[in-house]
Design a protein around this ligand. Sequence first.
Ligand SMILES: O=C(O)CCC(=O)C(=O)O
Length: 282
Amino acid sequence: MGEVQASRPVSPEQVGKDAIDAYQRDGVICLRGAVSDDWLAVIEQGVDYFLGVGVDDGDPANVVVKLDGDTGGFHYGTALWQSNPYLRQIIFETTLPDLFGSVLETRSLNFYYDFLIIKDAGCRSAVTPWHHDQSYYVMRGRKIINCWIALDSIPKETALRFARASHKRDDLARAIHFDPNQDYPGLLTERPLPPDFDNDPDADIITCAMEPGDALVFNCRTFHTAPGNHLDRRRGALSLNFIGDDVTYFDMAQLPDPPIRGEGLVDGGSITCESFPLLREW
Ligand SMILES: O=C(O)CCC(=O)C(=O)O
């Protein structure tokens, strides 16, 4: 299996030209040390709040999937920032939007949603199926990135895997639910299933091991997958999703994920609203 190209940002606000070139070529890059230890500690407070640890009323958006035979659960929640004060700080009080936004070469940057993914030790069956993120979105356009921040040491056995350059394909694939017992109401079945990259000898699959604070940045069209967590420790990540200047609203019939459609948006129009706030203009 090949390696995701990894580099250190050239400054707190810029990933650098080599990283931009690699992102455009492969559809994914890894930024080493993108999030400082101080901000990682704030994210951990956000995780505790989400899991309801040591707080009176934990975040109600915590979904737990625990499949038969697993010793640990798969906790996830989307669009938590409006209720989770620690995650809100990460989005509004750090230079991370500048850093991640520099990958997109965009004149504006909106926040789309956060996605907290906690795979407990022993949640072996919580396999993330092959998918690309835009299948779930009420957004048209190509400048949408998933900035997936590692909260733990993540060896290759539990790391995300990507189909290199798959963001250049034309078709949008059908949305596959992460919970194998569920489906999306109004599912757009006219879309093809995601390709079976694991059984395609021509697929170029890449991955990389990560340390806390490293971040993958990948395009909303890049296909990716991940194994369950068979290790004896947590595998946590915070994904922040940003939108650049070529994106318009798509009034999709299918239930979107995250399940939010913004306020007062019209098909083909601007996506800026309270739910998808404008963070930067350059
Ligand atoms: O961490 C995982 O296993 C899934 C992450 C993912 O697929 C995503 O953020 O889109």
